[in-house]
Design a protein around this ligand. Structure first.
Ligand SMILES: NC(=O)c1ccc[n+]([C@@H]2O[C@H](COP(=O)([O-])OP(=O)(O)OC[C@H]3O[C@@H](n4cnc5c(N)ncnc54)[C@H](OP(=O)(O)O)[C@@H]3O)[C@@H](O)[C@H]2O)c1
Length: 391
């Protein structure tokens, strides 16, 4: 562990210096890594471990979309791709990466295969922390460990391929073999984590559920909608309202925050903007603080977990989620966003350059982009000329 100063608080973290990939290979030598579930985290972690030279198999229900995806990714039915129970019985470490609701449903068929000395691995503490609701109570003689990437599985894979990594937290819930911690860290390194920071199953679950309901997703979308609606109500056009609410944030300001912190972003804006933002920051913080209190209480007492389990156990849960996302996509605000995105200069350039073959004929990709551009012109209502200027 390396002790690092996080804003004046000393914390122990694990970097590749303390735990290089060679050590991870040594720890995982002789282990069969059974990745159960091939949704978002499953593919990323399975492919990264496979690329790192480890012995990986995938367990997935046959015939579904994820099974097909696994075949396309090179997993061989009957050899490295098999039904869930078969993979659970062959794996010495079972990486339980079906959705949290499915973990509850599949548990009775997975549990019997968790024999003494095996390890059960999660990427979220949900099933264990809310075990009164999920029934996921592992046998006493297996290790129970977690590596929770702090990002989408898509980024876990993309960053790995780009030679970087997504930070992850890690925790040991049960150490039956005396090797739980080193197995856990080895897996964290093998799936391509950036640095790993220690947590507990409870802390990870509570902070994760709060974060996604709060700033990362729920609050973000809510606060954007509130500002967009206010601007529209006061006669601003959709493109103006969208640019002032979303586009400027995603294309400029949040990138500066990512690069060098909030004060750096402020410092790169006008002094008018800085004065106003500094004055209003506290008001927004105080206005939402009670909502966050309520959120954390509901996460901790299991109210949010009950909602998730109930909603995502319905047979049509995926259709319902798709419908709700469709409603967002089809709202004026996000349709305006689609037009704004289509008008980004890089999309103009890509359509102009990439869309033509050497003979000057339009390729499929080019046609698609040109089509988008036309749609953007139509939606925007005005005549748009090359270079994006309106007349
Ligand atoms: N999404 C992320 O980026 C992310 C980030 C950090 C942590 N995590 C954690 O990682 C774990 C996996 O999450 P995920 O988002 O990757 O899951 P997901 O995409 O929702 O997983 C869906 C997978 O579960 C399978 N599945 C669903 N219901 C099933 C059932 N009844 N029987 C058999 N298989 C079933 C699906 O197969 P079919 O296609 O056949 O339905 C699919 O392979 C969770 O604990 C989650 O909290 C996720």
């Amino acid at each position: 562990m390396a002790t690092m100063d996080f804003g004046g608080v000393l914390e122990d973290v694990v970097t590749r210096d303390e735990f290089p990939m060679e050590r991870a290979r040594e720890v995982l030598k002789g282990e069969a890594l059974a990745v159960i579930g091939y949704g978002v985290q499953g593919p990323a972690q399975a492919l990264n471990m496979r690329d790192n030279g480890l012995n990986v198999i995938v367990g997935q229900r046959p015939g579904g979309r994820s099974w097909e995806k696994a075949v396309r990714d090179g997993w061989k039915p009957g050899k490295t791709l098999m039904p869930v129970e078969e993979a659970a019985s062959k794996g010495t470490i079972v990486l339980y990466l079906v959705s949290d609701a499915a973990q509850r449903e599949l548990w009775p068929s997975v549990k019997p295969h968790l024999t003494a000395g095996k390890a059960l691995y999660f990427s979220h503490g949900f099933s264990i922390v809310y075990r009164d609701l999920t029934g996921v109570v592992p046998p006493k003689d297996v290790d129970v460990i977690m590596v929770a990437p702090k990002g989408s599985g898509t980024s876990v894979r993309r960053n790995f391929l780009a030679g970087s990594g997504i930070n992850a937290s890690f925790a040991v819930f049960q150490d039956a073999t005396g090797r739980a911690r080193e197995r856990c860290l080895a897996l964290g390194v093998a799936i391509g984590s950036g640095f790993l920071f220690p947590t507990t199953f409870e802390k990870e679950t509570w902070s994760d559920l709060t974060g996604e309901r709060g700033v990362l997703m729920g609050a973000l979308a809510g606060i954007m909608e509130a500002q967009y609606d206010l601007l529209r109500k006061n006669g601003h056009t959709p493109s103006e309202a969208f640019n002032e609410t979303v586009e400027e944030l995603t294309q400029s300001l949040i990138r500066l925050v990512a690069e060098n912190g909030m004060d750096w972003m402020y410092a790169n804006c006008s002094t008018t903007a800085q004065r106003g933002a500094l004055d209003w920051k506290g008001r927004f913080r105080d206005a939402v603080a009670p909502v966050f209190e309520d959120l954390y209480r509901r996460v901790k007492d299991g109210t949010e977990a009950k909602i998730v389990i109930e909603a995502n156990s319905r047979p049509d849960y995926a259709d319902r989620l798709r419908a709700e996302l469709g409603a967002i996509r089809n709202s004026e605000m996000w349709r305006a966003g689609a037009t704004v995105r289509a008008l980004r200069p890089e999309n103009w350039k890509a359509a102009d350059a990439g869309g033509k073959t050497a003979a000057g004929e339009k390729t499929g990709a080019g046609r698609k982009k040109a089509g988008k551009r036309k749609a953007a012109r139509k939606t925007a209502g005005g005549k748009v000329h090359r270079g994006g200027k309106k007349r």
